[in-house]
Design a protein around this ligand. Structure first.
Ligand code: PMP
Ligand code: GLN
Length: 380
């Protein structure tokens, strides 16, 4: 069989988790919490199963969940999506992202991605026959930033889609209003679409505001906006998320979705819908994770790692050039096997594997897990 994805192997997250397990390392690599979710969320799903919400839901998602999502987006970002025609429940954000790409990218179309780039976008573009065009974020003393003039320069008449991610994995960068303004200026008067990956929308620190694309009508009118319950409710294994987009885009999205997964499991949709009636869990999330971020950052200040800013997500990037001259992959493997703390090389988020001397840690962990990791990291 001739592969359709020659550049693809096993994801760095899977590889590093396997290595962490083999080495008995604290796994700060792959992004997932090592603590449980709210018991009431589990009860809500259990109740839905006992109430016999166990057959196929509507292809677009259970109406109660689409309603809850629409209400949340309206309350937080002031955009009133039509819950019948403009919101679809997906099997995690990954499926939403891939389906959005497949439904709008034609062979030969160019898609602008910002590097470092989350690993699922480029393979999906390739499967669609599209051409990924990478624009690198700039790394300055104050952290990573998107150079919008370079994004503008990468646009040509073949550009079909621009993919953004805020808060950003792996750099923890949170786009500001000025960034969204710059993006608006680039797409104004063109046919380009936007795919906005906002899975970390509720993890923004220092009082920053999450600049959802759905806040900006000139962007929302041409955008697929994606989020994930896995991140927000500490249930990454549930693989349930959603996409919001104007009706014309959503109609195309659903053409692919219905033959891609058709629909997403019913009881979780009902359980999550009833749990969402209370906004407290996601409103409390920034404070919950900021405390962990600060604990982790304070601990790392006692090590030879240099901290990069972390304004959002549950990731912390660090420079290790005072410790080692190894490549990022080699350093991350050494940390995992010798120091027993797993990390992710940021080079894995660049198509050409750019080396910046930076690795990523995930701090969505119990305090004692973080304490153990910090104790070990202080020794290197
Ligand atoms: N986008 C980004 C930026 C992510 O970090 C992740 C998962 N960590 C996803 C999408 C995928 O989300 P899901 O698990 O809901 O598919
Ligand atoms: N998005 C998670 C991360 O960045 C991993 C998800 C996955 O393993 N596919 O660590």
């Amino acid at each position: 069989l001739t592969t359709r994805l020659p550049a693809v192997g096993t994801t760095v997250f899977t590889r590093m988790s396997q290595l962490a397990a083999q080495a008995g390392a604290v796994n700060l690599g792959q992004g997932f919490p090592d603590f449980g979710c709210e018991r009431s969320l589990i009860s809500a799903v259990n109740d839905a199963m006992l109430a016999d919400f166990n057959q196929y839901p509507m292809m677009s998602g259970a109406p109660v969940l689409r309603q809850a999502i629409g209400t949340k987006i309206g309350a937080l970002y002031g955009h009133a999506y039509n819950v019948d025609s403009e919101i679809t429940v997906t099997a995690g954000a990954t499926q939403a992202l891939t389906t959005a790409i497949l439904c709008c990218v034609h062979p030969g179309d160019e898609v602008i991605v910002i590097e470092p780039v989350y690993d699922s976008y480029v393979p999906a573009i390739t499967l669609a026959g599209g051409v990924p065009v990478a624009v690198e974020m700039e790394v300055t003393a104050t952290g990573y930033a998107v150079p919008w003039s370079k994004v503008a320069a990468a646009v040509n008449r073949k550009t079909r889609l621009i993919i953004i991610n805020t808060p950003h994995n792996p750099t923890s960068t949170v786009l500001r209003a000025a960034d969204l303004q710059a993006l608006s200026d680039i797409v104004r008067g063109t046919e380009m679409l936007i795919l906005s990956d906002e899975v970390y929308e509720h993890m923004v620190y220092e009082g920053h505001r999450h600049e959802s694309v759905s806040r900006y009508p000139a962007l929302a009118e041409r955008a697929f906006v994606v989020s994930s319950f896995g991140k927000t409710y500490h249930v990454t294994g549930w693989k349930i998320g959603y996409v919001a987009a104007p009706a014309a885009l959503m109609a195309e999205f659903r053409k692919v979705h219905q033959y891609n997964v058709f629909s997403v499991n019913t009881p979780m949709q009902h359980g999550i819908a009833s749990y969402m009636a209370d906004p407290t869990p996601y409103l409390d999330l920034p404070a919950f994770y900021q405390r962990k971020r600060d604990l982790f950052r304070d601990g790392l200040k006692k090590s030879r790692f240099e901290l990069l800013p972390a304004d959002g997500t549950y990731f912390q990037c660090v420079r290790y050039d005072k410790i080692s001259t190894q490549t990022e992959a080699a350093f991350a493997e050494w940390l995992t096997t010798e120091i027993k703390v797993a990390a992710i090389p940021v080079s894995a988020f660049y198509q050409q594997g750019k080396e910046s001397g930076i690795v990523r840690f995930c701090f969505a962990k119990q305090d004692n897990t973080l304490a153990l990791a910090l104790e070990r990291l202080a020794t290197v």
